[in-house]
Design a protein around this ligand. Structure first.
Ligand code: HEC
Ligand code: HEC
Length: 326
């Protein structure tokens, strides 16, 4: 049912564009300001196709899970678990981050090493702790799906393959934009949208405390890969150290964005902090002693009402309206 509905809208789009399948025409839609790579222009048809793939369990070994099993729309595309669960209940390495606004991210994953969304798609598909598949096997399974093949031909002018799968799914991810929270409305001039305690929380976050030294910019991250002093010793996950084996990168992780953060508990790369209040207390304590801990992280004192002002500010960052259920 879902397939045929999407396919219908796909046909409409193609007709509207005059069947220009191979030329990168950007339809005049609400998606028009979203950035995309030159070789993967964003179209309504691609987004719809990518959405079907994102929710399709056949992309995993034994058809057990889809991308959406760990990136659930109602939790701002996270899963509420400390660490995600892959096929056969295997424990994933980390806590699942939200993918809202991933179109705008400068790097992906906690190591900050993956540079494009297209490239990122391949990681969970093949990670044995996550979807545990192989591209060859996935394509074999999906090859007989006539609606998928039709969409691959119309949109990409080729058979369903890794090129099609990575480009369609990343297009769907790009459509998940969170830019209309009450905080955004406030920033764009509607000054009465934020309540006094939310505004006070924003002032604490951005002026009194040091949070914006790392959680800066429109998505509240500067993409630096640092240690915020979570541990004195990082145990099995040493963060970016695993990429280059550099001592100064031990225990460092990409600064996560904070959009929709009140929907994405638990927190940190390993889901070890359950609530935003405890996150605030972590920073207030100055973090643990760790050689690579950023020198920005220092202890501070907050009153109970200041803690709740910060929590209220975080709640004002919620906007999941670009996700549309069928
Ligand atoms: C088993 C659970 C699981 C599945 C299934 C899964 N993911 Fe993830 N996803 C994660 C975890 C955990 C991370 C963090 C990994 C890391 O940082 O090393 C992540 C990270 C990401 C990121 C990076 C976000 C950021 O802030 O850097 C994107 C994008 C993403 N996943 C998209 C997908 C797509 C697309 C699929 C399907 C092809 C998928 N995921 C399937 C658990 C999952
Ligand atoms: C030196 C850079 C830096 C500063 C300053 C900083 N953070 Fe962070 N923040 C990080 C990093 C890195 C992580 C992820 C650490 C990890 O996963 O182990 C993080 C994680 C978080 C998270 C969890 C997000 C998630 O989705 O898991 C929240 C919330 C947060 N910080 C809030 C704050 C607040 C509030 C302040 C100010 C008091 C602050 N941060 C200051 C670097 C910083």
């Amino acid at each position: 049912m879902m397939v045929s509905k999407h396919f219908f809208s796909l046909l409409v789009t193609v007709l509207a564009l005059g069947v220009q399948c191979s030329s990168p025409v950007q339809p005049n839609t609400k998606w028009k300001n979203i950035p995309f790579p030159e070789d993967n222009p964003l179209t309504e048809a691609k987004i719809a196709f990518g959405k079907e793939l994102f929710f399709d369990k056949r992309l995993s070994a034994g058809n057990q899970i889809s991308c959406a099993s760990c990136h659930q729309p109602e939790k701002a595309f996270t899963d509420g678990l400390t660490k995600s669960r892959g096929v056969d209940g295997r424990m994933a390495m980390r806590n699942a981050p939200s993918i809202f606004n991933s179109a705008y991210f400068k790097s992906y994953m906690y190591d900050g090493e993956v540079k494009t969304l297209e490239e990122q798609v391949l990681v969970p598909l093949q990670d044995h702790r996550e979807m545990a598949g192989s591209m060859k096997e996935i394509i074999r399974k999906l090859a007989g799906d006539k609606t998928y093949q039709k969409q691959a031909h119309i949109i990409f002018n080729r058979d369903l393959d890794a090129y099609v799968i990575t480009r369609a799914i990343s297009s769907y991810e790009r459509s998940l934009v969170s830019r209309n929270s009450r905080f955004d409305q406030y920033q764009s001039g509607k000054k009465d949208v934020l309540k006094a305690n939310e505004l006070a929380g924003w002032k604490l976050f951005s002026e009194k405390l040091y949070c914006v030294k790392c959680h800066s910019g429109i998505d509240f991250t500067n993409y630096s890969v640092v240690s915020n002093g979570l541990y004195t010793s990082y145990g099995s996950d040493q963060g970016r150290y695993r990429i280059n084996g550099l001592e100064q990168e031990r225990g460092t992780f990409k600064v996560p964005g904070l959009r929709n953060v009140s929907l994405t508990a638990p927190y940190m790369h390993d889901g070890s902090i359950q609530t935003l209040r405890e996150v605030i207390l972590h920073y207030a304590s100055g973090g643990k002693n760790f050689p690579n801990k950023s020198t920005v992280i220092k202890p501070f004192l907050l009153t109970e009402s200041e803690i709740s002002q910060l929590e209220s500010f975080f709640k004002s960052l919620t906007d999941t309206s670009s996700y549309q259920a069928d």
